[in-house]
Design a binder for this molecule. Sequence first.
Ligand code: AMP
Length: 441
Amino acid sequence: MSRGQSTQRKLKAPRGTFDVLGEESARRSALEARARALLEAAGYERIETPTFEATELFARGVGASTDIVRKEMFTFEDQAGRSLTLRPEGTAPVCRAYLEHGMHKRRQPVKLWYWSSFFRHERAQAGRYRQFWQLGAEAIGAEDPAVDAELIWLLSTLLAQLGVRGLRLRLSSLGSAQSRRAYRERLQAHLRANEASLSEDVRGRIELNPLRAFDSEHPGTRQVMQSAPRLLDELDAHDAEHFARVRELLDLAGVSYELDPTLVRGLDYYTRTVFELTSDALGAQSGVGGGGRYDGLIEQLGGPPTPGMGWAAGVERIMLAGDGEPEQPGHARVQAPAPAPLELFVALAGPRERLRGVAFALLSEARSADLSAQMDLAGRSLKGQLGLADALGARYVAIVEDTPAGGAGWRTTLKDMQGGGQREMATDAVVHAVLRSHHAL
Ligand code: AMP
């Protein structure tokens, strides 16, 4: 044997895993810093949960009928015979933490974000790994449509800022658990009536997860699905109204999306709003990120009825689909900044239904200009909103209100919480005024 040669077989990283080295590592850190800057400026706090959890959390939270729970989990027993699972997704652990730490006693919604690795025993291929990283955000404890719109705006803005090419946003609503149950039975009846034309896989899932039939690439199944009943056409009035508000807010914030009534997500817990972002720059695995509302999940985990909404995006997919350069060089804060003090709080003085859209558009505009900005998402009175602005240490508060009786539209007063001054101005002048005052400081 010559010197330096070993008789030992060389070991490799397990299938579907990878090492992060050199240049790649620097790009990932820059991406994380950009995400942190955007999310923390919008009031999301970093959370870290354990890499493994009790298996029961995912069985109950993600749903026993999902592919994830049925065949993709890395499950093992510890020395005491307890069943543990490497986390396959982030929402159930975050909800578990919300309950375990009594976060319902905090100001609602509790807004959290994470950057963590996840584990799924999937067929390894380009863009699909067995250990991968997700960047995620969750807002728990409020059902205001502005929560949905804020989260969707944040992910689509972040991906655009990160240079992800060919982005498409698809949006739908699944309705409440009750309307979904009724719909599910109608869909099952449709599938059973056409069973002979379906793929084996879909046929095997009629009982467990009929919605997944919409995802099938099988020609016969696709044919059958064309005449299948659509959930979006069957929402009850309350859910239809909620979804209309979400769309209106996205329109106001300039987010473009396609309505896709066939959109289903691979996790059982979704209710109402669901969305997915794909990139044309990716091959078969085109999903970059997605999420939705999960108003029943906390209850399913043993907590009180609590609404929630969130998303997750795949870090490796973002890297594959992006040029790695932010949209405008120099615009991105590549250095992770210290948590920014809140620069602008947008308050509503008047009917929420009328003013929410104006306030949300202003909020999104401020965030696009890299200001840290927040608005109330939990239906507080004006007094409550001003208290919240104070608690968050807001430098400026923009109070949007209806014009006096007879007038059309609204007006905005910008209050300087440090200097004490205030000035009435056009809503679209607010961001400029706050930015200008910063330069003066
Ligand atoms: P999901 O939790 O299934 O909704 O996935 C959210 C995002 O995580 C997807 O859009 C992908 O970008 C990413 N993702 C999911 N599974 C994998 C995987 N096995 N490998 C790499 N990225 C993944």
